[in-house]
Write a protein that binds this ligand. Structure first.
Ligand code: ADP
Length: 680
């Protein structure tokens, strides 16, 4: 060190001593006056470099130093010389055989008694240590391990470059406990403090997984680190040092996280599959509509993770009118009872029209929402819906059977996954509902067939019984040789009664045959030129005696020349049926039969002043087997109007009834004059 050694008393003696000493040393040593003066090296120099022991400093070093280090070493040396400060560096020196080896080079300025400065230099071979150190550093760096050491209590931390990089710190930055703790994610700070405290105070091993935030604002990036370390104590048990390693475990964490998510998803998919499977099976097996829709609502609510779900579906009443029912899942029914059925508001409309699925992360922000009075927005007491999912349920033929609606108070609950699941379930539900309807119809068909069979057998039995009784009565008279049995009036009455019974029987059989023809689509028509008013007059005249007997007053308003292409026999059948009905249901009441034109159609109207038909029943009477009276009151199969409707429709026409209870009934048949389309 400059000025550290006292000036020698005999310079010459000292010089000799130095040379002898230097010659004996295994290290390279030299002395130099600095500047352009020659440096004097010991034999170890020559032995190593193969260079002479006396050389001008600059020349010697230019040859001996590794070319990569010449510039930096020269400027550092120049600076040391200018400030007369000690020069110390690790540098590579070229061996005589051309191999470079690491040396620790140190140059110390010494003041001569004359006041000038002399430099004493030494180069110690540190090659083995240095290469091991470099290798170690490379391994550590390659492994991404940050190494840190610090004295306790911590002020600054000594660390390698990797450690700085882990914390996103610049290469030369001073690393303090403050700097490190500032980088830790706020949520992990308490845990980190606690881990350090336990390591220092409780002598526990230090192991901590934590996050650091690198950068600021939008570019900030979170990194997971794992620190492992240990506190060392002095002889008195006082904490002295805290050393350890830290590495980046972000990738590992991400992998773990994605694995965890995959597992959860897999688990969820499994459960979903189970629900779908179970639902699919029970849906396929369920033919009762109410149970079916409840099953669908429950399963879909579960699958969609909704807090509640509702299924609004259409059903037909006996009059064929559509009305809506609903099932709920996740909320008691009372919650809904306060509210009217959903109307075709802008939110619900697309679902009830079957236009497609609506999924909203927050329906309260949907522009379609809250447009309908009285509820502008959420009505008081309404379920708190933010997440919204609505899926139409459509039959194979495209008919909208209903809509599935799901809600959740938290926004953004329903994802594409939920949408897909519910859509799948809705498709299954539609098929099952179709099946249930078919089943219901089949059941209704069976019931009405059974009813029909019992009515038909009753109806058939009545004329047969009457014929049987007549014949038995006659047989008895003949057996008794009773001549009154053969009186012309008696025989005539018998023939008339038998004819009536046969007529009734054949009408019944004809009706039954027609029904089966209609069912298989084979009601054959023979279109020909027919004059409607003449036909009407003929039929009415045929009914004359019966009408007279029943006490009807008859008005006929016939427009002559009403010619069209129609089936004569079938039109007779329609009119006969309407007149028979008037006789049966409005006996003795005034009756009016009219024919007229209406545009390109002919109208045939039979109007009675009888008991009439309530509006709610007017649709029904045209259906098969439908009757408003009991068979015990007035006989009939409930087929006449059904057959008439088919006949009229086969002409391309319509049949309607205008009536009200107690105000008579008017049956209006409208027939296109040109016959059914395509008949010309
Ligand atoms: P049916 O007379 O064999 O019962 P229809 O199909 O001809 O069968 O008539 C169906 C039902 O319509 C009847 O059962 C009756 O209840 C009602 N109906 C038909 N015509 C009249 C009418 N003119 N006045 C009141 N009810 C009628």
């Amino acid at each position: 060190m400059p000025g550290s050694s006292p000036p020698p008393e005999d310079p010459h003696h000292d010089e000799l001593l130095f040379h002898a000493f230097a010659a004996a040393m295994p290290h390279i040593v030299w002395t130099s006056a600095g500047g352009g003066a020659a440096s004097v090296f010991n034999p170890a120099w020559h032995a190593f470099t193969g260079l002479p022991t006396q050389l001008p400093g600059a020349a010697a070093w230019l040859v001996a130093l590794h070319p990569d280090e010449v510039t930096a070493a020269t400027s550092a040396w120049e600076e040391a010389r200018a400030t007369e400060a000690q020069f110390e560096r690790e540098l590579r020196l070229r061996r005589a055989d051309g191999v470079y080896r690491w040396h620790h080079i140190r140059c110390v300025p010494v003041k001569t008694p004359e006041g000038s400065v002399r430099w004493l230099g030494s180069a110690t071979d540190i090659h083995e240590r240095k290469t091991q150190e470099v290798r170690f550093e490379l391994v550590v760096e390659g492994a991404g391990i940050g190494i840190w050491f610090c004295d306790l209590p911590v002020t600054t931390v000594t660390c390698n470059a990797t450690y700085r990089q882990l914390y996103g710190l610049p290469a030369e930055a001073l690393v303090t406990a403050d700097v490190l703790f500032r980088a830790i994610h706020p949520d992990d700070l308490a845990r980190a403090n606690e881990a350090v405290r336990r390591a220092v105070e409780d002598q526990e091993p230090y192991l901590l997984d934590f996050r650091v935030v690198i950068g600021e604002g939008e570019k900030a990036q979170v990194r997971w680190l794992q620190a492992t370390g240990r506190v060392f104590y002095d002889a008195h048990g006082r904490p002295e040092r805290f050393d350890g390693i830290t590495r980046d475990i972000t990738a590992q964490r991400q992998l773990e996280e994605s694995l965890r998510r995959t597992l959860i998803e897999k688990d969820e998919s499994l459960r979903t599959l189970e629900v779908i499977n179970a639902t699919g099976q029970s849906l396929a097996a369920e033919l009762q509509l109410e149970k079916l829709v409840q099953g669908v609502t429950d399963a879909a609510t579960r699958l969609s993770k909704a807090s509640f779900g509702a299924f609004f579906y259409n059903v037909l009443n006996e009059q064929g009118q559509s009305y809506m029912l609903y099932t709920l899942s996740g909320v008691p029914r009372e919650t809904f009872d306060k509210f009217p059925m959903p109307r075709a508001t802008r939110v619900f409309e697309p679902t009830f029209k079957g236009e497609g699925i609506i999924r909203s992360d927050d329906i309260t922000r949907d522009p379609r929402y809250g447009h309908n009075p009285p509820y502008q927005g959420m009505p008081p007491g309404h379920l708190p819906v933010r997440s919204y999912l609505a899926v139409p349920v459509k039959s194979r033929s495209g008919e909208v059977l209903g809509g599935l609606f799901f809600g959740h108070p938290v926004p953004g609950v329903f994802t594409e996954r939920e949408e897909r699941l519910v859509a799948g379930l809705a498709a299954q539900a539609a098929v099952a509902m179709d099946n249930a309807r078919l089943f219901q119809r089949a059941q209704e068909a069976i019931t009405s067939r059974d009813t029909f069979l019992s009515i038909a057998s009753h109806e058939l039995r009545t004329p047969i019984t009457s014929m049987k009784m007549q014949t038995q009565y006659m047989r008895k008279r003949i057996a008794n040789n009773d001549p009154s049995a053969f009186l012309p009036e008696r025989v005539t009455r018998l023939v008339e009664q038998t004819e009536r019974s046969i007529g009734r029987l054949s009408r019944l059989v004809e009706d039954m045959l027609d029904i089966s023809r209609i069912a298989i689509g084979r009601l054959n028509m023979q279109f020909e030129r027919v004059e409607l008013s003449a036909l009407t007059r003929e039929v009415v005249e045929r009914f004359g005696p019966q009408l007279g007997e029943a006490g009807h007053t008859l008005e006929l308003h016939l427009t002559p020349g009403l010619v069209g292409r129609w089936d004569r026999d079938r039109l007779e059948q329609v009119l006969a049926n309407l007149l028979t009905n008037a006789l049966k249901y409005a006996p003795g009441a005034a009756l009016k039969v009219t024919t007229r034109t209406l545009g390109t159609s002919a109208i045939l109207e039979v109007e009675d002043r009888g008991p009439g038909i309530a509006p709610k029943d007017q649709h029904r009477i045209f259906e098969r087997f439908e009757r408003l009276v009991d068979a015990s009151q007035i006989s009939g199969l409930g087929l006449g109007l059904h057959i008439s409707k088919h006949i009229v429709e086969a002409h391309g026409g319509t049949i309607r009834v205008h009536s009200a209870l107690g105000e008579g009934a008017s049956f209006v048949v409208e027939l296109p004059i040109s016959g059914p389309s395509g008949q010309g």
